[in-house]
Design a protein around this ligand. Structure first.
Ligand code: CUV
Ligand code: SF4
Length: 627
């Protein structure tokens, strides 16, 4: 029988083969045997009350309470949005708490004071003659209040164009507070509440906006204040970054409050000496999923791989510990780690996993806590079984760290800007209006075994840059791009003439790594600033978004706020809404009348890229008439 090639990434394929030889299973095996429930796939199964579960069939077109397919589908969709918004926003809240405990002599400090002051001004917090940490604590309190304030509406950042805010006001989708929107969805989807698809999607948009322009935005801004706003730096990506003779630690999960401390602990002379004592040459940190994005953006920590590769890291037999906090962690890592010497260490009470070693990360004693965790890895080095080790040789060079500010600075350097445009997005806007760049695309999101691993990301990105569309990327898509060499400046040889010229002049790769999933707020910020500079709405810009291999609820929230922000969004995997004709019609058509953008579902990434380019050209026409 011919072997199915499951990834476009050779390191991944080699380790899938090793799994067979070692007699262990991975997601790729489980996928073979899993038969998805056809009801769930269409979104027409309702488990909201105990009269059911009810499923919609030609013979039973309504649930026991009378809910139609559209009601059920829209409620299920809304709950996905709520789950995703909750995850992102609770991450943001945790970072706010960390800022609140920051102190001059503590483990957590203020690193970007300029950004802190900007935020304080924006939130009308007194800054004159005050201690930085007093300001930081008040900023943190203000941020925390955004999650549950009883009155008023969410504070929007200044990057939001007023045209967009007006669209939201007219639709009544301006969020009140972040938690409240999530709770409203949980309430409205309870049995006997909202039974109207249009209204359910309206509430979903409001909640998603509270994620993108609220919880996620706060997560990014406060992380930058605490740990520094990223600047371009070099790194390497793929499982080949693991080291034969070092203690290898995989950092997996999301919140930089943990990973930043692990980075510090791994540089600690005492621990380095300990590593030597156990016979290792050093301590090698490598990231996975969004934690990888956080620490590579700020420290150049190498990227081990993306979502679908988490088991494969353990399969190398060369990983002493996988340290995780929250989100996107396979429970499968626990039994798998038992087959190797790897310690699978959970650290968050929000994500405990049966079979893992739980060492709770104590933010009050953050560094001490981190050191204890790193020690576990070091002591485990002696248990490594040489005969079980296989590290694929594949890794690629990448440049990461393109925060909005870094992009603006990079452009300033070249244009040698007049004082009046320095620090603005004018050069970028000029590149777009002049047509040197046709437009921009944000390629984001996960891996999903419904798509050949990384294929969706890479084929789409290549097609776009070939056609002079600059790509910005976050999440596991960014890691796919890193592994494929598309984040290297060399990759400009794959770009069209206009984009290649810009890349050469500005000294950037054609694909810009902007961070983790919560950092999609950076993309919103950049796009919002360009729109404001041109005095147009975001929906008028030749800008598109895509999640070719998405899988998580967070991605549903992201897709919804990106579309609600006026940016057309392509999905490579259909969301579970196909059983609700009205829901489908709203998402893929009518949303355009409401917010100026809509969803597209296209499994073929190259076809999708061409649809994206077509939309970009349409938007260009509209802009040209204006300018
Ligand atoms: Ni938060 S949400 S698999 S790590 S991008 Fe990666 Fe990104 Fe999806 Fe998860
Ligand atoms: Fe069935 Fe209605 Fe209960 Fe859902 S809420 S399970 S459709 S009775």
């Amino acid at each position: 029988m011919e072997e199915k090639v499951l990834s476009i990434d050779s390191a991944t394929n080699e380790l899938i083969k090793k799994a067979k030889e070692d007699g262990v299973e991975t997601i790729f095996d489980r996928k073979e045997n899993m038969k998805p429930c056809p009801m769930g796939e269409k979104g027409i199964c309702c488990r909201i009350c105990a009269m059911g579960p009810c499923r919609i069939t030609p013979k039973t077109p309504r649930g026991l309470c009378g809910a139609t397919a559209d009601v059920i589908v829209s409620r299920n969709f809304a709950r996905m949005v709520a789950g995703g918004a909750a995850a992102h926003s609770d991450h943001g809240r945790d970072i706010a708490h960390v800022l609140h405990m920051a102190s001059k002599d503590g483990n957590y400090k203020v690193t970007d004071e300029v950004k802190l002051m900007e935020l304080a001004k924006r939130w009308k917090i007194e800054t004159e003659d005050r201690d930085v940490y007093d300001i930081a604590h008040e900023v943190a309190e203000f941020a925390l209040n955004e999650f549950g304030k009883p009155f008023g509406t969410l504070e929007f950042p200044p990057s939001l164009p007023e045209q967009r805010e007006k669209v939201w006001k007219d639709l009544n989708v301006v969020p009140r507070s972040i938690d409240r929107e999530v709770v409203t969805i949980m309430h409205s989807t309870h049995v006997g509440c909202t039974a109207d698809a249009d209204s359910m999607l309206n509430i979903s948009m409001r909640t998603a906006i509270s994620d993108g322009w609220g919880g996620s935005y706060i997560a990014t801004e406060l992380s930058d204040i605490l740990f520094g706003t990223p600047v371009p730096r070099e790194t390497e990506a793929n499982l080949g970054v693991l080291e034969e003779n070092q203690v290898n630690i995989i950092l997996h999960g999301h919140e930089p409050s943990l990973s930043e401390m692990i980075v510090l602990a791994a540089e600690d002379p005492e621990l380095l000496a300990l590593a030597k004592e156990v016979g290792a040459d050093g301590i090698n940190l490598a990231g996975m999923c969004c934690t990888a994005n956080e620490v590579t953006m700020r420290h150049g920590v190498k990227i081990a791989g993306n979502f679908a590769q988490q088991e494969l890291a353990i399969l190398t037999g060369a990983v002493e510990a996988v340290i995780v906090d929250v989100q996107c962690i396979f429970p499968a890592l626990a039994p798998l780690a038992d087959c190797y010497h790897t310690k699978f260490i959970t650290t968050s009470p929000k994500a405990r996993i049966t079979g893992a070693t739980h060492i709770e990360f104590d933010e009050e004693k953050a560094l001490e806590s981190a050191k204890q965790i790193v020690k576990e890895a070091i002591f485990n080095f002696k248990n490594r079984k040489k005969e079980k080790v296989f590290i694929p040789q594949t890794k690629s060079h990448a440049v990461v760290g393109y925060s909005t500010k870094a992009i603006i600075n990079q452009l300033d350097k070249v244009v040698n800007s007049h004082i009046d445009i320095a620090g603005t997005v004018k050069p970028l806007a000029d590149c777009i209006t002049s047509g040197v760049l046709r437009g921009a695309a944000g390629i984001v999101g996960c891996n999903n075994p419904k798509v050949k691993h990384d294929y969706g990301h890479i084929e789409m990105i290549k097609e776009l840059i070939k056609n002079d569309v600059i790509v910005v990327t976050t999440g596991c898509a960014a890691q796919a791009a890193a592994k494929a060499g598309l984040l290297s400046k060399d990759a400009r040889k794959l770009a069209g003439k206009g984009l290649a010229t810009v890349c050469e002049l500005v000294d950037i790769p054609p694909v810009l790594h902007m961070g983790s999933c919560v950092d999609i707020s950076r993309i919103l910020e950049l796009v919002g600033l360009v729109a404001k500079h041109l005095n147009v709405d975001i929906s008028e810009l030749p800008v598109v978004g895509a999640a070719p291999e998405w899988m998580s609820e967070k991605a549903v929230s992201i897709g919804t706020y990106v579309v609600a922000s006026g940016i057309d969004t392509w999905l490579g995997v259909a969301p579970p809404v196909t059983g609700g004709p009205r829901v489908l019609e709203i998402l893929t058509s009518e949303m355009e009348n409401m917010v100026g953008a809509k969803f597209f579902v296209e499994p073929d990434p190259v076809k999708a890229a061409h649809q994206m380019i077509e939309r970009i050209e349409q938007k260009r026409k509209g802009l040209e008439e204006k300018f």
